[in-house]
Design a protein around this ligand. Sequence first.
Ligand code: ACO
Length: 398
Amino acid sequence: GFAIAPLLKTTGNVTYDPGFMNTAATKSAITYIDGDAGILRYRGYPIEQLAANSTFLETSYLLIYGELPSATELEDFDQKIRRHTLLHEELKGFFDGFPRDAHPMPVLSSAVSALSTWYQDSLDPFDPEQVELSTIRLLAKMPVIAAYAHKKSLGQALLYPDNSMNLVENFLRLAFGMPTEPYELDPDMVKALDLLLILHADHEQNASTSTVRLVGSTDANLFASVSAGINALFGPAHGGANEAVLKMLRSIQADGVSPDAFMEKVKNKEDGVRLMGFGHRVYKNYDPRAKIIKQTAHDILAKQGANELLDIAMSLEEKALSDEYFIQRKLYPNVDFYTGLIYKAMGFPEKMFTVLFAIGRLPGWIAQWREMMLDPERKIGRPRQLYTGHASRDYPQA
Ligand code: ACO
């Protein structure tokens, strides 16, 4: 049978902590979360205040450089990003190599990884000038890559970025615009997407951010590290929950199940059914991001008239918040409960939801990577294990 290796031999003390539930892998001055109180702050600023007053561009600056920019600094940052939106023409050829129905997440991670083949000076992660350039290039080009992945899946032409537009406007035009007519921006949509990106911009040491740090801890460059983060986000347990919420709402609608009957199924744990978009590993209170986004969901969806899916979502939330099962287990709506509905109302297909999350999380990944590279206590990430396999045994002789 199996020997219990730690009893056989241990080299010093090892903490066994599956899922890193209690292990702080780093010190960080970027994002603060108090899950019991439902608090989220970037660089000390409450998420509610940033959501009400800031922009995604400004919040990105704050996360990456540590302070809110002056007007000149923000203008300079904005201009630099606008100047770097073009993709190398050869990189555009990349999109033809994937199947038409490819999921845009692996297209995004591949193209981001490939950036270091065009910008080979970026391979040195200790050159501050290159790190700065890679930062700007990623912020400018990743939304363009994401929009192109979407366009290719539709068989539509790739437009050139229009640098009279800001980052969010440009992304919407590249994703939805056609070469034959001018694209009319909907200011409500621009504002809603900007807000969603702010809310996703960082969330301390979640799985994808920890991945970015782990890959970066080997001195891999920023493009390689961020590409790995995108792949970590691809998993349904991390970035795919908003897609799952929408699927749940649609199946309730299609089956004609009442919200009450569905809730009974959840509480009885029938077929392992969960109320998607509820519960969170860290928040044991209302996810502060969900509170902010709930109103936006109403505003955006109201513009489109009656929305049965939103009604179902509202009814489920109302029932859950007054139900002992959910109260006892501290299950509250998380940010994903509403985001899928908003993205769908904006016209994004479900496959793009996680890509939008990645665009939002990018400044957080960059900020965390940069913080790590400057950390004097930085070490290569190398977890230990408790060995549970066979003890030594001999290779069978013929
Ligand atoms: N619906 C019904 N019951 C639930 C739910 C839910 N959404 N979430 C947790 N529970 C129950 C569990 O069955 C368990 O009950 P028990 O004590 O009777 O066994 C108890 O609550 C604790 O659940 P855990 O899975 O241990 O909680 P954990 O903190 O590990 O899980 C998670 C958090 C994975 C997010 C979970 O709440 C879940 O699966 N939610 C639905 C999926 C989802 O919305 N994910 C998005 C996360 S947010 C993000 O990635 C941005």
